[in-house]
Every structure is written in C-alpha cells, then in structure tokens.
Design a protein around this ligand. Structure first.
Ligand code: F0G
Length: 456
C-alpha cells in the first residue's frame, strides 16, 4: 500500500489565490493597523483564521441547493434534514437556527436563570458569553492534562469527573444541566473519549441533571475515538457518533464546522418537556420552526453535509492534515498544543519568540510575521484576545501565547501545507527580526477583532 494519504476528492471548481509579495503585504498590514482581521480576504494567500463556515461544498451539496424548497412552513427541505439528524442523533426534535450561537442563546434562555452554574470541559467563547449574559456562571472543568500544551494524551478534552462530582455535591441545586464540548476547541481541538462521555452522563443523571453536548465537531471527535479508544477500531464514524449522541439529552450544533456548510446550526432535543419553550423563543428570534433563520436550500445542503462529514476516508484525511503540519513543526523545533487537534494547529509562540517581552504581544507579533512573510492568516490566542486594560491603564496578560491555524474543510492541498511549514521555518530562522506591537486603540469588549496597533 502506498503510504501517501491523498486528499479524497478532486477539484471541480476553483477560486484563484492572488499572489502577493512581501513588500505589498507589509504595506497592506500597516494599512490594516497591524491587525489581520482588518485585511481583505483577497489579500491573503492561505486563510486559516477559522474553520467555521469557510469550507468547500461538494457537487452533491450544490445539487441539493437546487432541490431546496423555500416554503415558509413545512418545506420538504426541513423533513429531509430532520430525517438525517434523527438518524445520526437518535433524537426526535430538531430546531434549526442560523448558526451555533443562536442555538445556544435559545436553549440557555429556555433552561437557565441568573445565579446558576453550568459545568463543561471548556466553554467556547460564545457559549460562555451567552451563559454569562443570563447571569450564569460558566465553569470549565477540563482534566489537568488538557491545560499543558506540550503534554501528549489521547483525550485531552475529557472533563474532570472528580471535580464535576464535587461541584454536583456542593452546588447541585444551582446546576440546571451539564455540558461537554466535542471536540474541545478552546483546549486545542482535543477529543473527548466515549468512556468519559458515558461516565459524565452517568454522573449527571445520578444527580438528576441532563447532559447537553456542544457538537460542532462531533464527526472529528468520533474519528478520534475510532483511532484511539480500545474497542472502536472496527466501528464506523456514524456508529460511533450515534453512540455518543445516545448518552446525551440535547445538543447544540454549529453546522459551519462538521455540517460542511457555510451557514447553519440547530438544537436537537431527546425529550418533549423543553420543546414548547424552545419553539416559542425560536419563533421570536430565528423564525418559524421548520426553517429557523435559514433558507430551505441551506437545510438541504446541511442534510447532505452531515453525512459527508462522517465519511471515513474524509475524516482520516482531515485528522491527518493537522498531524502532518504538526510533524513538520516538530522537525523545525517549534512547539504546539500536542497532539494536534481535529481542525487546527495551535503554535506555542514561546518556542519561536522566547525573549520577546509579554508587553510586546508575542503571539500577535508572530501572526503579523506569518502574514508578512508568507501571506498566511492565523489568529492570535494570547494576551490580546484574553488580556484586558484595567481602569487605571495597566494591562493584564494571558498565561499562554498561541497562534491558531484553523483549516477550512476540503479547501487546501498538501502543497499548501508544505508551503506553510516552509514559511513558519523561515519566520523562526529570522525570529530576531520580528517586531512586537503596542495597542493604540481598543474597544472594551472582544478587542482583538478591531483594535489598532503600532510597531514597538
Ligand atoms: N461552539 C464551539 C465549540 C465553536 O467552536 C463555535 C464557533 C461555536 C460554538 C459557535 O458557533 O460560530 O456558528 O455561532 N467557533 C468558530 C471558531 C467561530 O472560529 O472556532 P457559531
């Protein structure tokens, strides 16, 4: 058997990448106030800002788009999607939404009230923000291994069951439900094992609490279980996903990830008791329950995408992609969150810029260098994203400086990754020339999206 794992698709429609040179990129970055979020996408060579909604759809999905029915109520597109969602999740009640955070907002507003606590392995930003907006304490209980970038563990997304049990004992009456995010994006795209999902569900149920899963990357999680957890090697990703879902009472989904579509999301419920309240808020905020903020064609593209995202050859290639770039970083002596996750590689910036003072924002500086030297756009996950300016003008800093390179699905080929590794290697070799930045203007909330910077 040849050992090269090929992209399991061929290209039918292309989008040209506009080739730029270093001096042009430096000028564009300076015009964008040294913030890659403010670049125009056409000025980027490899756009690895996010894997959310950025992937390529298949010929079958484009065909499904034409089949989409735009009736306001009861469109066949809804019933096609419902049947696929029922098959994968085993849950009866599908509530479509325009994206994942809308699903969170509706479900949390239906189930939570101020003063409560919701435990999770790690809450994604929007999940946390939607809970905190309601006055709910969003508690992260990932295992200790999940917080050490260099440590290799097969399921770094697992929740710490001892801490979960302690919380259920001490504050049980304040907990409306428990959550698990698969894969754990905030912790590096790391999977949760079936054993951990099962034990978490059992523990919550023993205390009378439902399990709600955040399942944006459920297919990648299922494939990690197949590859790493004893007893699953001969099961299909679909069978594994079905077993994962069988342990949960409800789920929120951003279909922009493993749904393989550019927009969409949903809530799915096993029990009827939450349905009425959820449907009311759905109508208030998203639309009639058979379209929920989406066009009929979006529902059909998702019905096809959910199945394609579970294809074993696709998933093998998908997980291998991140691993392949990880191996190249190993060869260059560059650290990253290990092992590589499903959708992204998180570079540990301190292994490239060990001496840069934290006040010069090393992860932001590396992001800028990757763009200037190679036209690559990643995202800083460090002290700009998580630090704050205090009322007295002082700044707080984050304990890790990472750059996330997240890979749109079915978009880039192996040579793009070879190119990226070459760029990262060149950037590291000339690390002494990388310039730090200081913030010259920043909004109060979510400052990384729109702050302006200047060179130190
Ligand atoms: N949950 C997780 C684990 C996510 O990663 C995201 C989005 C959401 C919920 C929200 O879904 O964007 O459809 O509203 N993550 C994207 C990212 C934005 O870049 O990681 P959404």
């Amino acid at each position: 058997m040849p050992r090269t794992l090929i992209e399991p698709f061929r290209i039918k429609s292309i989008e040209p990448i506009r080739v730029t040179d270093r001096s042009e990129r430096l000028r564009l970055l300076e015009e964008a106030h040294l913030n890659v979020f403010k670049l125009r996408a056409e000025d980027v060579l490899l756009d690895w800002l996010t894997d959310s909604g950025t992937g390529a759809m298949s010929a079958e999905q484009w065909a499904a788009i034409m089949r989409g029915d735009e009736s306001y109520a009861g469109a066949p597109s809804f019933f096609r999607l419902q049947s696929v969602v029922r098959e994968i999740t085993g849950m009866q009640h599908l509530i479509p939404t325009h994206q994942g955070r809308a699903a969170e907002r509706i479900l949390f507003a239906s189930l939570c009230s101020a003063g409560q606590i919701v435990p999770n392995n790690c809450h994604f930003d929007t999940t946390r923000a939607n809970l905190e907006y309601l006055g709910v304490d969003a508690r992260d209980l990932v295992i200790a291994e999940g917080l050490q970038p260099a440590l290799v563990h097969p399921f770094k997304g697992n929740i710490d069951l001892d801490r979960l049990e302690a919380l259920l004992k001490s504050d049980g009456e304040r907990i409306p439900f428990g959550m698990l995010t698969v894969t754990n994006n905030t912790g590096g795209g790391q999977p949760v094992s079936m054993a951990n999902i099962r034990a978490c569900a059992k523990l919550l149920h023993a205390y009378g609490k439902p399990l709600v899963m955040d399942v944006c990357r459920f297919a990648e999680n299922a494939m990690f279980i197949k590859l790493r957890e004893p007893g699953y090697a001969d099961k299909s990703p679909l069978e594994i996903a079905q077993e994962m879902f069988s342990l949960a009472d409800a789920a929120t989904m951003s279909a922009k990830k493993d749904g393989m579509v550019n927009i969409g999301g949903f809530i799915v419920l096993r029990h009827e008791q939450w349905l009425e309240r959820v449907r009311q808020l759905e109508i208030l905020w998203e639309g009639y329950p058979t379209y929920g903020g989406l066009a009929g064609r979006d529902l059909d593209a998702l019905a096809v995408g959910l199945k394609e995202g579970l294809d074993e050859d696709y998933l093998r290639y998908r997980l291998r992609t991140a691993e392949y770039l990880g191996e190249k970083l190993d060869a260059l002596g560059i650290g990253y969150v290990k092992p590589t996750g499903g959708h992204a590689v998180y570079i540990d910036v301190r292994t490239v810029l060990p001496h840069m003072p934290i006040e010069h924002y090393p992860a932001w500086a590396l992001c800028n260098a990757l763009y200037t030297e190679g036209g690559i756009r990643g995202v800083e996950v460090g002290s700009v994203m998580f630090g704050k300016r205090l009322p007295d003008g002082r700044e707080t800093y984050h304990d890790m400086e990472l750059v996330r390179l997240a890979f749109p699905r079915r978009m880039y080929t192996q040579s793009h990754f070879d190119y990226a590794a070459e760029v990262i290697g060149e950037v590291k070799a000339a690390a002494g020339a990388i310039r730090g930045v200081r913030i010259v203007r920043q909004p109060k909330l979510l400052r990384h999206f729109s702050a302006d910077f200047e060179w130190v």
